[in-house]
Design a protein around this ligand. Sequence first.
Ligand code: TPP
Ligand code: SF4
Length: 249
Amino acid sequence: MKKITWCPGCGNFGILRAFKNTIKRLVEEGHEVGKFVVASGIGCHGKIADYIELPSFHVIHGRVIPFLTGLKLANPELVAIGFAGDGDQYNEGLDHLIHAARRNVNITVFVHNNGVFGLTTGQFTATTPKGKVTRTTPRGNPEIPLNPVMLALVSGATFVARGYAGKLNQLEEIMYKAILHEGFSFVDILQPCVSFNDTWSYYNKKVVSVEKPAKSLEEAMKIASSNEIYTGIIYEERRETLEEFLKIK
Ligand SMILES: Cc1ncc(C[n+]2csc(CCOP(=O)(O)OP(=O)(O)O)c2C)c(N)n1
Ligand code: SF4
């Protein structure tokens, strides 16, 4: 395992901790450790693959989902888990998210959403708030931010959640259920970047937990579009997976 090089205080530490505890729990419950495979994108988040002792692949920018889709189709026995950044997934790799949700391929994707391109020092991304001054938006970001949770819902994702790197117990529960879910699991994780978009105090005040998953897609969309920042499992349904349709699982 390599030395951790994230900035002290980075939200990525919470995501790493929650993931390690989740894998430990799954292994204690009898899941074979050799079946977990991790892929990560390019960026600060992508280094997570270096800090986990599981078979892992560091893939090109924005391509975590197609990589995992191929992996899963080649060997459906594997548990395919991806880590992407907001720039990585919502800019470079946005269309892959939509199509994986439509296909319902049985993979899990965790997006470290810090609202900036972190590794390349704070340029704006698709989730940067409107008006925010960044290195590439010196007069303020002119664009409204993308709502990834809403996008996943309307695209047909069968497990949709929002986590927060500052709420570890909840994040572990979300990760555990996302990995066990049969179908495409999407988790947007609010991840403060202390160097370029420090949102710790904002999220500590703003985030509210959902009690339980919504009963319908319409209800889930209301939660996703609310002015409150809800965390927790927002929506879950069971639908035929790509592997089931292809009769390879
Ligand atoms: C195709 C391509 N475009 C641009 C880059 C340069 N690049 C490397 S890391 C990075 C930013 C990553 O940001 P994000 O995905 O938000 O992850 P974070 O660093 O914030 O975790 C960029 C633009 C690249 N490696 N490949
Ligand atoms: S630049 Fe931001 S995302 Fe990258 S390690 Fe530092 S705090 Fe974390």
